[in-house]
Design a protein around this ligand. Structure first.
Ligand code: PAF
Length: 279
């Protein structure tokens, strides 16, 4: 496994694979890798001749300076974990390498970008699209892998990929959970032991909502979810929406269609997101 900091060095290493017609897979990450990331990497390695894992804490997608400053950075521990997989290349560029000048591009996601994370984190998805498009340009992968934990991000990236005509297959991979149900996230390591103990309430409540959706009107169900979670003094729900799985627009009634429940919760100062399927 090789680690590159520049697009140029990465491109010349990848050209050998490309020239032989081998497929290249990309797993974009911000590092602080956990088993959820590793499952993306393993799937990528199975499905491609070369796997690139990018590790870059992208400043343009943080709308909160403290969140950016506190985001965990641990490149050597990440590299050790990736050594145990069949990953071929880590791409760990500097901010100057990815943003030699300010990126003033703005991306349009239509209604997809206006709800939930889009409404609560202004500019976040624009920053995600800026870096993901730069990574797509640098790596030119055949396939790119993203976790379904970031459900709306996955939809926004699919939209951007289609709109910009990237010949890249976007692969969404299932959320990986801790044994107590908490969805794996690099932010989990920032929770205090007490917060970590209560955080699984989010997943537990979402699971229970899968049963209750058959018995309750959606408004009442949404209220129930928020009340369950916010009854814990450490937790405050930022939003919980039940949306159409493709358009991500809130729906008024459950008639057995494919819906997704998406939630953002502040656990102390740490913001966690999760989601669940209803059908
Ligand atoms: O999901 C993430 O870790 C990031 O948003 C991504 C896709 C790597 C872009 O910085």
């Amino acid at each position: 496994m090789k680690i590159f900091e520049t697009k140029k060095d990465l491109a010349s290493a990848l050209s050998a694979y490309r020239n032989q017609g081998g497929s290249i897979g990309l797993v974009p990450t911000m590092g602080a890798l956990h088993d959820g990331h590793i499952s993306l990497v393993e799937q990528c390695c199975r499905e491609n001749q070369a796997t690139v894992v990018s590790i870059f804490v992208n400043p343009t997608q943080f709308n909160d300076k403290n969140d950016l400053a506190n985001y965990p950075r641990m490149l050597s521990a990440d590299a050790e974990k990736l050594e145990k997989t069949a990953c071929n290349f880590i791409f760990a560029p500097t901010v100057e390498e990815m943003y030699p000048q300010e990126d003033t591009r703005t991306f349009e996601f239509g209604l997809l970008g206006q709800v939930m994370e889009g409404a609560h984190r202004p500019g976040h998805f624009n920053g995600v699209a800026q870096i993901v498009s730069k990574l797509f340009d640098a790596v030119q992968p055949d396939k790119a892998y993203f976790g379904e934990k970031d459900f709306q991000q996955l939809a926004v990236i699919r939209h951007m990929t289609r709109a910009l005509h990237y010949p890249i297959q976007i692969i969404g991979c299932p959320t990986v959970r801790e044994p107590d149900g908490l969805s794996m996230s690099s932010r989990n390591m920032l929770l205090t032991p007490e917060q970590r103990k209560v955080a699984p309430v989010i997943a537990k409540t979402l699971r229970e909502s899968q049963v209750r959706i058959k018995e309750m009107p959606l408004d009442a169900l949404k209220q129930w979810v928020v009340t369950q979670i916010d009854s814990n003094p450490e937790m405050q729900t930022e939003y919980f929406e039940i949306v159409d799985r493709d358009t991500l627009q809130p729906v008024a009634k459950f008639t057995g269609q494919k819906l997704q429940g998406c939630i953002a919760v502040r656990v102390g100062k740490i913001r966690l997101i999760d989601n669940i399927a209803y059908e």
